[in-house]
Design a protein around this ligand. Structure first.
Ligand code: GRF
Length: 210
């Protein structure tokens, strides 16, 4: 018997980006070579038009929609535009992947939006904690450990139930760059692992995190 999931069972993903798209690139690689199964990428949304992530998505033949905050009157209109595109593409699980804008998550996507953050939340998260700022803060605090967090996103920055974390050591001679690289390796394993779990167990599994 064919054990492949039928198309009805395939988890439909949407990815939201703002920049380099390294998270998107990693997810695409996992989907392409079968390390991530039972899921398909239906839609990419970018809050910026001319970023590497958009080029990557187009080169992969994916539907990409650029939705810029400045083209919308307020957060509500911007958020509604995002929701409409995701819903129109049949996206069931939305993945924030270096998305730097505020999407007010509507009821229909509550509990269906994941984010990955390059630190061990709840520390070193929130507004302003993105990119190298996160790693600089971890180093400045003299932490001996950092890592990454996959969490359910709610309507506060870097906030919501934690689904999984991976830890990495902070070395005495680390710079923001060397630490970012080590955390990045952990991120590229953790995010696909969590998405695989959702594909295997169903979206209801995410409701077990509070
Ligand atoms: C990663 O540090 C991730 O944790 C954060 O955005 C960074 C990746 O950005 N959410 P990108 O995917 O290269 O645009």
């Amino acid at each position: 018997m064919n054990s492949q999931p039928t198309s009805r069972e395939v988890l439909k993903l949407g990815v939201l980006i703002s920049g380099g798209g390294s998270t998107l690139e990693n997810l695409l690689a996992h989907l392409r070579d079968g390390r991530l199964r039972g899921a398909e990428l239906r839609q990419v949304i970018s809050s910026r038009g001319t970023v590497r992530g958009v080029e990557l998505a187009r080169a992969a033949g994916l539907p990409v929609t650029v939705i810029r905050r400045r083209d919308h009157a307020d957060d509500g209109a911007f958020s509604a535009a995002i929701t409409a595109v995701l819903a129109g593409a049949g996206v069931e699980l939305a993945l924030l992947a270096g998305f730097l804008c505020f999407w007010r998550i509507p009821a229909r996507y509550a509990g269906r939006v994941l984010n990955i953050h390059p630190a061990l939340l709840p520390r070193y998260g929130g507004r302003g904690f993105y990119g190298r700022h996160v790693h600089e803060a971890v180093l400045a605090a003299g932490e001996t450990e950092s890592g990454c967090t996959v969490h359910l996103a709610d309507n506060q920055y870097d906030h919501g139930p934690i689904v999984a974390q991976a830890r990495v050591p902070v070395r005495p001679d680390d710079t923001a760059e060397t630490l970012a690289e080590r955390v990045g390796i952990a991120e590229r394993e953790l995010y696909p692992q969590v998405i695989q779990q959702v594909a295997d167990r169903g979206l209801a599994w995410l409701r077990t995190f509070r």
